[in-house]
Write a protein that binds this ligand. Structure first.
Ligand SMILES: Nc1ncnc2c1ncn2[C@@H]1O[C@H](COP(=O)(O)OP(=O)(O)OP(=O)(O)O)[C@@H](O)[C@H]1O
Ligand SMILES: [Mg+2]
Length: 221
């Protein structure tokens, strides 16, 4: 299976932001993207259905013609960790179930999977985001909030990815708010410790060149 597992150093660091831009870029350049956000909590009820916002954004960005239920098969309303939200709904979701929906009906497409939270965040009754990435054997795209302290989080996550025998494909340093210190250069500092390519996304700006570069690179994996 060709694709990428998008994870983060934490929740709310910009995984969906980066993944949707990437999905749109790759789709425009003729790549068939299969988006998957297999489990999502914090869904909003609409007309008797729970709507997963990340999965919906990924589906739209990828111009995916399949059903939203293929993109996100397990949806829960409470804005809690997916495992806790599932338990509240008397459900026990397994990594095997999540892996199955990520692999199902993918054909020869490029599968773009977004986990939930960070690499070691619990994702199912029997495992973490890391376990789903390992079950899928996909290279990992690590998104981090580009701020003071992110190097520690990135290096810890990189070690965890290596520990699972997975490839750290690239790191995205995502400025999801205004930098308050222009002398900070996390990309430069990170390069002293890590070989994977580093892509820097600016805050609220057109990052087209960076996304194009990242898209082209991911196709070479
Ligand atoms: N480079 C950026 N510029 C401006 N806003 C951004 C940027 N990156 C992320 N954001 C905003 O930050 C918020 C969090 O981003 P996003 O939802 O992509 O995080 P996430 O890691 O996918 O979160 P979750 O763990 O809930 O899935 C969103 O409102 C998003 O639009
Ligand atoms: Mg998200």
């Amino acid at each position: 299976m060709r694709g990428i597992f998008v994870t983060g150093t934490d929740t709310d660091v910009g995984k969906t932001y980066v993944a949707t831009l990437l999905a749109a870029q790759l789709t425009t350049s003729g790549i068939k993207i299969i988006p998957r956000k297999p489990i999502e909590s914090g869904c909003s009820p609409q007309h008797g259905e729970l709507i997963p916002s990340d999965a919906s954004a990924l589906k739209t960005a990828a111009n995916y013609q399949g059903d939203l239920s293929e993109v996100c098969s397990y949806r829960f309303e409470p804005a809690l960790s997916p495992v806790r939200a599932a338990r509240m709904a008397q459900q026990k979701i397994t990594i095997e179930q999540l892996s199955h929906v990520c692999k199902h009906n993918t054909g020869d497409g490029f599968v773009l999977v977004e986990g939930a939270g960070g690499f070691y965040s619990p994702l199912a009754e029997d495992g973490l985001n890391a376990d789903l990435a390992a079950a899928l054997q996909l290279p990992v795209l690590l998104v981090a909030h580009d701020r003071l302290g992110c190097i520690n989080q990135i290096l810890l996550t990189a070690e965890a990815i290596a520990h699972r025998g997975l490839r750290l494909a690239a790191i995205v340093l995502n400025a999801k708010d205004q930098k308050n210190n222009s002398a900070m250069d996390n990309a430069e500092d990170l390069r002293e410790h890590i070989d994977a390519p580093i892509y820097t996304f600016a805050y609220a700006q057109n990052n087209d060149d960076v996304i194009e570069g990242l898209g082209k690179y991911l196709q070479t994996l």
